[in-house]
Design a protein around this ligand. Structure first.
Ligand SMILES: C[S@@+](CC[C@H](N)C(=O)[O-])C[C@H]1O[C@@H](n2cnc3c(N)ncnc32)[C@H](O)[C@@H]1O
Length: 396
């Protein structure tokens, strides 16, 4: 690390030039089809000379670059942009009031966003801050994990009333993947709002569930834990490589009550089984993850939102056929655009009269809802939208 004085008032800690050069390479290799976070992961894996602390600094610089991209000279060199982005990051951290709401509205996200969802100054300010790290403890292991790791805040400290959820915020410096507790499967890294999706599913031991867009299995593992490893979960995805990661994670978590299958999202379903519950955690524009993944702000377009909404409607309609009479269907997306959230709910409800909107607790506030937008910073996780329906019971 070197110390640089950039103005009479502010002292910046600029990363070593080697870190900046590495960050610039990651940025230059990133694009619409190559998200910066996955380029970064591959880069760090293939760069044995980069130490873990350096790796963290590279990540910090890459994310700062995309967080402050709206302020940067697009014709300039990436290295110069990186230095400017780190200065802006530091300045915002020290004096957020020096940035006006208008300036943030103009530069934090592309202009098209305001016509696709409500944009508040509080959300924009939250987007410019570093994300929290959330863990999901296996049932009954919260205290043990908090003692083992230290630097933990249980969710109930932030939202009174949400005790015993297993959600823990980690505020320490450790590389959690290297901890014994992680390697023994006692916790997973899972964003808080993503954990809420599992609570809304609320599966019971012995039930059958279908996690239709299971990906790498964040929610499959959570459902399995909530079911006490009893009953059966079908986990499907169109990407075999994602399901292979689920397999490794499930072995670590000792989750045995799932089976995986490829499903491309078409009318031909992976099984004839009818389920107590079906979760469609659909591919989406990811606007709700733009604090954690600022590169996404500059790669998603309004056409993507339109196409993804159409895909979500198809996936939901096809998967809904597998819900038992009386069973539940849950739709979740980590985005906040109207077309993908309320638009899909309205269209699905209108086209499927055998599905009634079904209520669930609005965790952290009072009352029950049948659809819910978790909006940061009011809710301290990713932006997320969740809706639930119940299929009409069989007539006797
Ligand atoms: C939001 S991610 C799922 C995240 C996962 N549920 C978790 O909690 O870790 C959406 C998933 O949908 C999958 N997907 C995209 N298009 C699909 C399609 N047409 N049919 C089935 N799955 C699809 C993607 O491969 C991706 O894994």
């Amino acid at each position: 690390m070197i110390i640089a004085r950039t103005s009479s008032k502010m002292i910046l800690r600029l990363p070593h030039s080697r870190v900046l050069e590495a960050a610039a390479r990651v940025i230059e290799a990133s694009g619409k089809e190559r998200p910066a976070d996955s380029v970064l992961r591959s880069f760090l894996k293939a760069a044995p000379g980069v130490s873990r602390p350096e790796g963290r600094e590279v990540a910090r610089a890459v994310f700062a670059y995309f967080r402050w991209y709206g302020w940067l000279d697009k014709g300039g060199a990436v290295l110069a942009g990186l230095k400017r982005a780190l200065e802006l990051d530091q300045a915002f951290c020290e004096r957020p009031g020096a940035f006006s709401d208008d300036q943030l509205a103009e530069c934090c996200v592309p202009a098209w966003v305001a016509s696709h969802m409500p944009v508040t100054a509080a959300w924009l300010r939250w987007l410019q801050t570093p994300p929290s790290l959330w863990l999901r403890a296996q049932s009954g292991r919260t205290d043990e994990i908090m003692d083992h790791l230290g630097n933990c805040q249980p969710l109930a400290d932030l939202i009174p009333g949400l005790e015993n959820t297993g959600a823990i915020r980690y505020v320490g410096p450790a590389d959690l993947f290297q901890t014994e507790a992680f390697q023994n499967g006692l916790f997973e890294l899972q964003d808080l709002s993503s954990q809420v999706v599992g609570w809304v599913c609320d599966p019971k031991p012995g039930q059958t569930w279908w996690d239709a867009c299971a990906g790498e299995g964040g929610k499959t593992l959570q459902l399995s834990d909530l079911m006490g490893n009893k009953g059966l979960i079908w986990a499907s995805d169109r990407a075999a490589w994602r399901l292979a990661i689920l397999k490794r994670r499930a072995a670590r978590a000792r989750s045995f009550n799932y089976r995986s299958a490829l499903w491309q999202g078409g009318e031909s379903l992976p099984t004839k089984t009818k389920f107590d519950g079906v979760l469609v955690d659909a591919p989406c524009s990811g606007v709700g993850t733009w604090q954690r993944n600022p590169h996404g702000r500059w790669t998603v377009s309004p056409e993507d939102v339109r196409e993804l909404a159409a895909l979500q409607h198809r996936l939901l309609s096809h998967a809904s056929q597998s819900v038992k009479p009386g069973g539940r269907l849950i739709y979740s997306v980590c985005t906040l655009t109207t077309a993908e959230c309320d638009g899909i709910c309205n269209a699905f409800t209108a086209a499927h009269p055998m599905f009634e909107p079904a209520v669930f607790p609005a965790y952290g506030s009072t009352g029950q809802v049948a659809r819910w937008s978790l909006k940061p910073p009011a809710f301290p996780g990713n932006g997320m939208f969740i809706a639930c329906w119940r299929r009409e019971p069989a007539r006797v």
